[in-house]
Design a protein around this ligand. Structure first.
Ligand SMILES: Nc1ncnc2c1ncn2[C@@H]1O[C@H](COP(=O)(O)OP(=O)(O)OP(=O)(O)O)[C@@H](O)[C@H]1O
Ligand SMILES: [Mg+2]
Length: 262
């Protein structure tokens, strides 16, 4: 369901896509990425689809909503006019004012939902999201709730410009991601088979659920039906690749028992 933006607040001053804050009709504030951001409307589709897929796995992910910005609102704010923001449907994530991406200041031992970290690694592999393991900026820590929360799936799948051909090229192979952000989780992921639960969830995601996750993209985002079909096939085929790929990531967790490796 779309939500109407009722008030412009300010630019976020962070992020390649130059998002801005808006107050919306539900009384909440959203970090809004515009259709005419420099990477194109594909990132809006990626964010929305990844949000829905993340929900399927029960992972903590900021709520994303399609945000309607009217011509009247754009006309009221010179900054929006100067950016040539089209009236219509953009995409916002619920703004967590206290959220921080500076993990060096965070004591992760106090975090209450780190058990989801293994699921995030599984999820990033499934959706081909290379942009979290290297950058801490795509995970928020909420100090008031003591929880981690995923944001920014703009570069998932094949980045903003994916198409059917690209999706079909990659249905049988999965890149392995490992980097500083995942490294940070290592001391806290210590059950014998932390990936197992999430890998099984991915494997059991139904075709119907994937179709639901990719449907209803606003026409204004100009994603063709054919490309959406390609993305559905890509996601369905990769369900069975995750287990093997995660075996390679496992080696980075020395505290897991050797027996479970067999
Ligand atoms: N929902 C949110 N609540 C609080 N802060 C947020 C939220 N969404 C984004 N931010 C902040 O804004 C920054 C930019 O957002 P995001 O990563 O989604 O944009 P981007 O343009 O894709 O960035 P990047 O430069 O990583 O490509 C984040 O790193 C984070 O600091
Ligand atoms: Mg980011």
């Amino acid at each position: 369901m779309n939500i109407l933006a009722v008030q412009y607040i300010r630019p976020m001053e962070q992020g390649w896509s130059l998002p801005h804050l808006f107050k919306c009709e539900d009384g909440q504030t959203y970090v809004v990425k515009f259709i005419n951001n420099q990477s194109g409307s594909g990132i809006l589709a990626n964010e929305l689809i990844a949000y829905r897929l993340g929900n399927l796995l029960g992972l903590p992910i900021a709520p994303y909503r399609i945000i309607q910005i009217t011509r009247d609102l754009v006309d009221m704010f010179p900054v929006l006019k100067s950016l040539d923001i089209p009236a219509g449907l953009h995409l916002g994530s619920l703004y967590f004012e206290q959220g921080t991406t500076s993990f060096e200041e965070v004591n992760l031992a106090l975090c209450k939902n780190l058990y989801h970290a293994a699921g995030m690694i599984v999820f990033d592999h499934w959706i081909n999201n290379w942009d979290r393991h290297i950058a801490e900026s795509n995970l928020l820590y909420l100090p008031d709730q003591r929880k981690i929360l995923m944001i920014d799936h703009s570069d998932a799948f094949f980045g903003p410009d994916w198409d059917k051909e690209e999706c079909m090229d990659d249905v049988n192979r999965m890149d392995i991601f490992w980097g500083p952000l995942y490294e940070m989780f290592v001391p806290y992921i210590d059950s014998p088979d932390p990936f197992g639960h999430y890998v099984s969830l991915v494997e059991r995601v139904s075709e119907k659920a994937v179709i639901e996750a990719v449907k209803g993209l606003p026409r204004q985002w100009k994603i063709s039906r054919e490309d959406v079909t390609g993305l559905i096939d890509f996601l369905l085929c990769r369900r069975k690749l995750v287990r093997g790929a995660l075996e390679e990531v496992r080696d980075n967790f020395p505290i897991w028992t050797q027996e479970d490796h067999d």
